[in-house]
Design a protein around this ligand. Structure first.
Ligand code: NDP
Ligand code: DGY
Length: 328
């Protein structure tokens, strides 16, 4: 502790990469306490351990609502989340209490876009199915139509939410020979010109696209957006990819669309709930590829995210400009 400077209590809700922890541990005016586990903190523990915190560093799996804010008490000045998505934060309550929020945009864009392309190709070209057939003896000879899928060359791709990640996905897909790139959202994006993207109403995107990629944020408006009516407007040969948040999709409707042949296949990096129970009906479908929310999971990206989250937190505590502050 420096002179008579008051110690700030910081609570970190889970183990985070060393890069971020080192930054926090070098803060001489902070008393850092950590839920020292890779597993989520039980809600009751969170409510206890957050009490009196001036700063809270959390993950996307912790719901930070009025109950947590009440449990933290009036000291709480800053919340830093190790994510770009902030749908787990009760923004209205946070704003009302004058708490600042830091998040991790940009630094995970490339990793997430890369994973989205990998998931799209894995789904469209049936890679998990192929790997399984090699292991289980299903591979007996070269057959002309066996394990055929869909290619990107000459295709129309539709991106729902051409933000940082949506744009990075579009940039990566264009060189595969995509003929037309459509996108939908609330506003047209000048940067879409770089990928010759055409801003279209959602219905047109759905009926014309061979690949539909959801990369929007989860908001009250996008919650349940991908439902029965949505899937019924897609081509029967179309592939659906979601790397945004699980709640954008109505999973019962997706199951129905996949099992009835309404759409060809789906690739999901995000589900509701997470983790998806191992007996979930979607897991019985060969035309559904599900990943455990690993969009940003490269060593370097997670390290940089943790540095950014730590620096956001410390800047918030010292009342200076955060490297990446969410403007509430
Ligand atoms: P951005 O804020 O840059 O992009 C979000 C996009 O969503 C914006 O282009 C916005 O468009 C669009 N959007 C908002 N409302 C709607 C709507 N009603 N219909 C269509 N589009 C809409 O965020 P990022 O690109 O950085 O991240 C996007 C999301 O990806 C995150 O919020 C997070 O949920 C998810 N994510 C998932 C990861 C994973 O591991 N799978 C990793 C990282 C992020 P407009 O500007 O017109 O409002
Ligand atoms: C995010 O940052 O919102 C992702 O879902 C995880 O990196």
């Amino acid at each position: 502790m420096q002179g008579a400077q008051k110690l700030m209590n910081v609570f970190v809700t889970r183990r985070i990469p060393g890069e971020g922890m080192r930054i926090l541990s070098q803060c001489e005016t902070c008393k850092v306490s950590l839920w020292d586990s890779d597993e989520p903190i039980p809600r009751s523990e969170l409510l206890q351990r957050v009490s009196g915190a001036h700063g809270l560093l959390c993950l996307l799996s912790e719901r930070i609502d009025a109950e947590v804010l009440d449990a933290a008490g009036p000291n709480l000045k800053v919340i830093s989340t190790l994510s770009v998505g902030f749908d787990h934060l009760a923004i209205d309550e946070i704003k009302k209490r004058g708490i600042r929020v830091g998040y991790t945009p940009d630094v995970l864009t490339d990793a997430t876009a890369e994973l989205t392309v990998a998931l799209l190709l894995a789904t469209a070209r049936r890679i998990p199915e192929g790997v399984e057939e090699v292991k289980n003896g299903g591979w007996r000879s070269w057959k002309s139509l066996w394990l055929c899928g869909y290619g990107l060359s000459g295709s129309t791709v539709g991106v729902i939410g051409l933000g940082r990640i949506g744009m990075a996905i579009a940039r990566r897909l264009k060189p595969f020979g995509v003929e037309k790139l459509l996108y939908s959202g609330r506003t047209a994006k000048p940067q879409a010109a770089e990928v010759e993207g055409e801003f279209v109403p959602l219905d047109r995107l759905l009926s014309e696209s061979d690949f539909i990629i959801v990369s929007c944020s989860l908001t009250p408006e996008t919650q349940g957006l991908c439902n029965k009516a949505f899937f019924s407007k897609m081509k029967k040969t179309a592939i659906f990819i979601n790397t945004s948040r699980g709640a954008v999709v109505n999973q019962e409707d997706l199951y129905e669309a996949l099992s009835s042949g309404q759409i060809a296949a789906a690739g999901l990096d995000v589900t509701t709930p997470e983790p998806l129970p191992t007996d979930h009906p979607l897991l019985t479908l060969k035309n559904c590829v599900i990943l455990p929310h690993i969009g940003s999971a490269t060593y370097s990206t997670r390290g940089i995210m943790s540095e950014l989250a730590a620096n956001n937190l410390l800047a918030g505590l010292s009342g200076t400009g955060m490297p990446k502050e969410l403007i509430l």
